[in-house]
Design a protein. Structure first.
Length: 287
């Protein structure tokens, strides 16, 4: 019955694993709901902010705002890569890192010097393992990113762009579409490209004037872009983890069923053999 005992041990092992993955799935589902609410709250503000900037923008005003500067050549660029602090989320972090490395290779091929600003233990650990330098490495931003975190990340990038030490800033993050769809995306944050006007031009009552309002809205637009990237990635992480843990739970259940069938077959075979031995022994005694 050694084989039966080994099967029973493996069944218990997979049952414990299934309990863990099922619990992690429920935790991720709970966190996903709150993260999704933050994403839904951030998107309308971003659309409204973009619409106002698009309506107020004009080529005559562009010369007054350094963040609108369009460089003739990108000599130095920054990539803000946002990953998670924890794993067990399938290929979530791997796809983000791959997207950032592809973008970096493309920029370097064009002759640009690239500096990495990395958020999340998984991204930071990747570049540290490869021995590649990082201008910024943050692992203190958890599941609930705030506007203060976005300001801390966006302010030095915007300042570098104003000073001319950066010619472009790109953000690589996970866009949350659904728990099954969290693709990595790249968004160019700087220079700010005013959104195209859609629909009729709105008639605003401006105070004090368009220049003063744009001076506040354009930096806010950059900060909001970083904030959206943070909350989208946090939401995508929970969606990816929920999906990964559900798949792991289902796979563990299938393995338990298969091992249980094998155990029952082995037990039935042993019982049949014991009966045959008893019958054979009885016949031998009668003979």
């Amino acid at each position: 019955m050694a084989k039966g005992r080994e099967l029973k041990r493996r069944i218990k092992s997979f049952e414990g694993m299934r309990k863990i993955t099922s619990t992690m799935e429920m935790v991720a589902a709970s966190k996903l709901k709150r993260a999704h609410d933050r994403v839904l709250a951030a998107r309308p503000y971003a659309r409204a902010l973009a619409a106002v900037i698009g309506d107020l923008y004009s080529p005559e005003l562009a010369e007054f705002y350094p963040l609108l500067r369009q460089p003739k050549q990108v000599k130095r660029a920054a990539i803000l890569l946002i990953t998670s602090n924890r794993g067990l989320a399938g290929g979530f972090n791997t796809s983000l890192i791959k997207e950032a490395n592809t973008l970096r290779a493309s920029l370097e091929k064009q002759g640009a010097e690239v500096e990495m600003h990395v958020v999340g233990k998984k991204g930071v650990g990747h570049f540290r393992f490869l021995g590649k330098p990082m201008a910024v490495s943050r692992t203190d931003i958890g599941d609930v990113p705030t506007s203060a975190h976005a300001t801390e990340l966006a302010t030095p990038l915007a300042q570098g762009f104003r000073n001319g030490t950066l010619d472009a800033v790109h953000v690589v993050y996970a866009k949350y579409n659904s728990p099954l769809s969290t693709p990595p995306v790249m968004e160019s944050v700087l220079p700010v490209t005013p959104p195209a006007r859609t629909g009729p031009v709105r008639d605003y009552l401006l105070f004090p004037d368009a220049r003063a309002i744009l001076a506040e809205l354009i930096p806010a637009y950059v900060r909001n872009a970083v904030y959206r990237a943070l909350v989208e990635t946090a939401c995508g992480e929970q969606g990816a983890r929920r999906t990964a843990m559900k798949n792991a739970t289902d796979n563990a259940g299938e393995l338990i069923d298969q091992l249980t069938r094998n155990f029952n077959r082995a037990r039935q075979a042993q019982i049949t053999q014991e009966i045959a031995e008893i019958v054979g022994g009885a016949e031998a005694l009668q003979g």
